[in-house]
Write a protein that binds this ligand. Sequence first.
Ligand code: NAP
Length: 242
Amino acid sequence: MNERKTILILGGTGEARQLAGRLVALGHDVTSSLAGRTATPRLPAGKVRIGGFGGAEGLAAFLRAGGFTLLIDATHPFAARISANAVAASAEAGVPLIRLERPAWVAPAGTAWIEVDTIAEAARALPDGARALLTIGRQEIGAFAGRTDCHFIARVIDVPDDVPLGWEIVATRGPFSVAGETELMATRGITHLVSKNSGGDQAAAKLEAAAALGVKVVMVRRPILPEAETVAGIEEVLNGFR
Ligand code: NAP
């Protein structure tokens, strides 16, 4: 092994968990950080700490106190605040940062995507009478509550506290298969799929199923993040360790 590194991974994604496992197996001292949003998170190998740091300054202090030699931001592409904090904290603490960012999805040929910048815009984009499958997580489904002219099925990991009247909640965790996604959309008579442009393979089955069924996709574009050294996959991160 090259020099043993003390690594903080900002996680909350499947890739972050896999990366932690690979780096621990290589003999590095790895701590993964989770925000604490999910009741029963799948825990990665190595050390785990849960909860916010208290902004960029808190993260910088944590990096210094722990003697970390590398920070890896492997959070979800829509977790914009922690990614911005990672850039600021890396500069402040003098700890190099690598961002692991899976490539965004692009519309398959021949499919109609409605691309929007925000969840609120996605809610406005649905036509009257739409039967929409929401795959945007639990925290922002409230944006659709006013669309009482539409029917909603929300897929989430944890059941939200406030479920609008008449909504169906499907509480489950990926990865999902094309067959499973096709069945979910077909049995519910889904006309629109609302998704964040998360990218990656784990959630891509819904797009294939939607294309095959003629379900329209309302895709929320990614937030713009401050610049950082960025790699697209786990192997690229690991290349830097060989
Ligand atoms: P966010 O808006 O970027 O972050 C809000 C605050 O939560 C941050 O300022 C930070 O608090 C804390 N935080 C976020 N990620 C953290 C982490 N990995 N470790 C410690 N603290 C963290 O984040 P979010 O969109 O709410 O996402 C929260 C977590 O869920 C992320 O770890 C992300 O990878 C995961 N996730 C998000 C989505 C999504 O669609 N947003 C989807 C799947 C998974 P302090 O400022 O106090 O440090």
